[in-house]
Design a protein around this ligand. Sequence first.
Ligand code: TMP
Length: 217
Amino acid sequence: MAGLFISFEGIDGAGKSTHIHALAAALRASGCEVTQTREPGGTPLAEQLRTLVLNDPMDAMTEALLVFAARRDHIQRVIAPALARGEVVLCDRFTDATFAYQGGGREFDWDTLSELERWVQSEPGTAERARGTRLLQPDLTFWFDLPADVAAKRLAGARVPDKFEAQPQAFFEKVAWGYAKRLAFDAKRFARIDANQSPELVWLDVLQAMRDRALLP
Ligand code: TMP
């Protein structure tokens, strides 16, 4: 599978959306075909699951199963075909969010999430993939790292909060811990961005991370 897969992560309020749009524009300006998408979501089915996950009360396992079901549909219909066409896929959240929110925030079993990850992200088609030893993962993950108290101030009064945005600060401290654990496990995949600065400085760091990896001129 060719193409380039970049995901964007961080607690609610970390401010990733503006930079995803800006990066899509910069990549298009440099001649790349870009597919911009999000999780949970990105297909009609996955968007329906998103509405359930973000609004309906449910236990952590149900949440995990629904986000992985949405992810499976998203990979098959959008991400894998775009990568096969050689495009750059910019995805607002991917599996690290499941480990951070369901694993960290909701304290759901990490090993079960790893097992679901292996099921859902096995790339079918080769013997290696059939054994589940090769998983579809982002080539690069931006982690917009912001202290939970700063995020809480940013979110206060910004809009009507969804189920996750309405969580207390302690929840987001556990989510951040989940992200840090994922980074420690696979550090070379991550670019950690200090999101506690002005949007202009955050954008410069995003550009620098892309240039350091020779992904932008
Ligand atoms: P968004 O507001 O950045 O679009 O993200 C949607 C919310 O869904 C956000 O609060 C994080 C949460 N989420 C999970 O709990 N698990 C997941 O696997 C994903 C992708 C998102």
